[in-house]
Design a binder for this molecule. Structure first.
Ligand code: GDP
Ligand code: PGA
Ligand code: MN
Ligand code: MN
Length: 625
């Protein structure tokens, strides 16, 4: 029978041992757990309480299974290598199964929910045989929020349990809130790798068949076949973006793929900034940036997800629903992101698909200038900088990076040395500016200020970026990625644009955040980056804030306002005036070439694109001449 199809069925006795479900556990939760156990047939069911003992038991089990390797040089930290086929989000296997196809829209995969449930119910049938089923009560955002956003993930992966404990507030406190009768989201996950009696396990069990499915009306998530990050830690992308974006549409708020930072000027003036960049395009780095300009300070509130709602004072407030950082490892080093290094150095972290050093530490490309003389690469093979072994023979790993380009560190955000005190506030922080950004070699200037909210929404809706290793598929292909949310909008993208427009219309325009468009990744003719990026991005933040306060010069161009010749503080920066000019240049020909692409993009989404955005496109076309 279809799992979750009927709410009326009473709990069935499966004979399975259920451990750790306290008295008073919500009947709806217990019956869902038992119903799922009946279908998936695990050896035991364990409720996660979040205690230290439990963490020790779990990580010991993971070490014994060979999934985790305990690191010698970082306290309470572990290395994991996934199956080589299970390394990133699988967008082509991700579905929004709304009742009506039109509600998923052209940018999402869709299947009828009844048909999808039939397929997945047969996949889930017996899928946990030989394994333990874990029940993880969790809360996205603070427990003491006005409406705490609760969920329960069922999973048969200890790796997922350990990672969810880093990434979310989870355990007994979340369960206690659920047991008071508050609403919660059902999130079911299985790696899809049952074990027959006597069958030996592998270090990273998973299934070639993968489905990452959201049922928006039911606020439910079903995931199968993958153990990796965004596919399997269901509190993150599936709940806090896909399901939450639907809740946000219905309830009048925004669930966005954004970092949140606190910027303090030398004068002491504080601004909070949110920024949406596609996966692997610089959010984690900007969120914990170390400014190169004297007297400026950045503190971190979030590096991936922002939930934003208007406060009583009419300003837009943002909270970070997550409790950990799931950061791209390659490129993270003392020179580029020292605060990430200080965060992971404290331990309590999981590193996935990086390389292991001979003395029991981790390494990845960009961690240091010189790689160690010998590593074990993410595929478990010998790796040397030259690609040769001690006898001069070519290694199988020769010519490949030691770490997968989407390898990750998973670490508690509370360990970040520059975490802002406001991270713990339930009301969040009032946002002064929103940055949209992508990874484009050409066309998009270093920074552009929008003319107003509607124009800013147009910038976000037409955002384009080169694809990265954060999702499976080709890398480096330019695609539209609206608000950096293409893989995460839980409903029709045109309706999502309308929601953004409406949020602005309903607000006091003078209190709305200003919207900017940035691009750290523009290249010169030789293929080098035109802008040094990383800590130097503080110069762009300074210009943004000066624009908010009417203190910086700008040139009006057809696409918006860009810094004038002395708008950006380049004091002490090793960049020629020609490079600077090229970084902020608006090339009308390049932009005229974008117009048909934007037109095509809107046509792909279809009738649901709000007319105000079509108007913006017409106005841009006119301004470009
Ligand atoms: P996220 O996935 O959006 O959080 O992106 P990250 O901050 O993890 O960065 C992804 C990749 O882009 C890493 O390899 C970074 O080193 C690199 N990166 C981040 N910021 C910059 C920048 O300002 N300039 C350049 N050239 N690379 C950057
Ligand atoms: P990212 O988060 O944005 O830091 O890459 C993970 C993802 O989007 O898959
Ligand atoms: Mn992300
Ligand atoms: Mn990140």
């Amino acid at each position: 029978r279809a799992l979750g199809a009927a709410g009326a069925s009473s709990p069935v006795s499966t004979g399975v041992r259920v451990l750790g479900a306290p008295d008073g556990t919500a009947p709806e939760l217990l019956s869902w757990v038992l119903e799922t156990a009946e279908l998936t047939r695990p050896d035991a069911v364990v409720f996660i309480d979040g205690s230290d003992d439990e963490w020790t038991r779990l990580t010991d089990k993971l070490v014994e299974a060979g999934t985790f390797t305990r690191l010698a040089n970082k306290p309470n930290s572990f290395y994991a290598a996934s199956d080589p086929t299970d390394v990133a989000r699988v967008e082509d296997r991700t579905y929004i199964c709304s009742v009506e196809k039109k509600d998923a829209g052209a940018t999402n995969n869709w299947m009828d929910p009844v048909a999808m449930k039939a397929i997945m119910t047969s996949l889930y049938d017996g899928c946990m045989v030989g394994r333990t089923m874990y029940v993880i009560p969790f809360c996205m955002g603070p427990y003491d929020a006005e409406n705490p956003k609760l969920g329960v993930e069922i999973t048969d992966s200890e790796y997922v349990v350990a990672s969810m404990r880093v990434m979310t507030r989870s355990g007994r406190q979340a369960l206690d809130l659920i047991n008071t009768g508050l609403p919660w989201v059902k999130a079911l996950h299985s790696i899809g790798a049952p074990l027959a009696p006597g069958q030996s396990d592998v270090a990273w069990p998973c299934n070639d068949t993968k489905y990452i499915v959201q049922f928006p009306e039911e606020r439910a998530i079903w995931s199968f076949g993958s153990g990796y990050g965004g596919n399997a830690l269901l509190g993150k992308k599936c709940f806090s973006l896909r399901i939450a974006s639907v809740m946000a549409r219905d309830e009048g708020w925004l669930a966005e793929h954004m970092l949140i930072l606190k910027l303090t000027a030398p004068t002491g003036k504080v601004h909070y900034i949110a920024a949406a960049f596609p996966s692997a395009c610089g959010k984690t780095n900007l969120a914990m940036l170390e400014p190169t300009i004297p007297g400026w300070k950045v503190e971190t509130l979030g590096d991936d997800i922002a939930w934003m709602t208007f406060g009583e004072d009419g300003r837009l407030y943002a909270v970070n629903p997550e409790y950990g950082l799931f950061g791209v490892a390659p490129g993270t080093g003392w020179k580029t992101n020292p605060n990430a290094m200080r965060t992971i150095e404290q331990g309590n972290s999981v590193f996935t698909n990086v390389a292991l050093t001979d003395d029991g530490d981790v390494w990845w490309e960009g961690l240091s200038d010189e790689p160690p003389a010998h590593l074990t690469d993410w595929k478990g093979r010998d790796w040397t900088p030259s690609g040769l072994d001690a006898d001069g023979n070519e290694l199988e790993s020769a010519g490949e990076p030691s770490s997968h380009p989407n390898s990750r560190f998973c670490t508690p955000i509370t360990q970040c040395p520059i975490i802002a005190d406001e991270y713990f506030d339930t009301t969040g922080v009032p946002i002064s500016a929103i940055l949209f950004g992508g990874r484009r070699k050409t066309t998009i200037p270093l920074v552009t200020e929008s003319r107003d909210w509607q124009h800013g929404v147009f910038m976000g809706a037409t955002l384009s970026s080169e694809t990265t290793a954060a999702a499976t598929g080709a890398v480096g292909v330019v695609r539209r990625d609206p608000m950096a949310m293409l893989p995460f909008i839980g409903y029709n993208a045109g309706d999502y644009f309308s929601h953004w427009i409406d949020m602005g219309k309903g607000a006091d325009a003078s209190k709305l955040p200003s919207i900017f468009y940035v691009n750290w990744f523009r290249r010169d003719a030789d293929g080098g980056f035109l802008w040094p990026g990383f800590g130097e991005n503080s110069r762009v933040l300074k210009w943004v804030v000066a624009r908010l306060e009417g203190e910086a010069g700008a040139v009006e161009t057809p696409i918006g306002y860009v810094p004038d010749a002395d708008g950006l503080d380049v004091d002490g920066l090793d960049v020629t005036p020609e490079q600077m000019a090229a970084a902020v240049a608006v090339d009308a020909d390049e932009w005229r070439a974008e117009l048909p692409l934007i037109e095509e993009w809107f046509d792909t989404i279809g009738d649901s694109v709000p007319s105000s955005l079509r108007d913006e496109l017409d106005a841009l076309r006119l301004r470009l001449g």
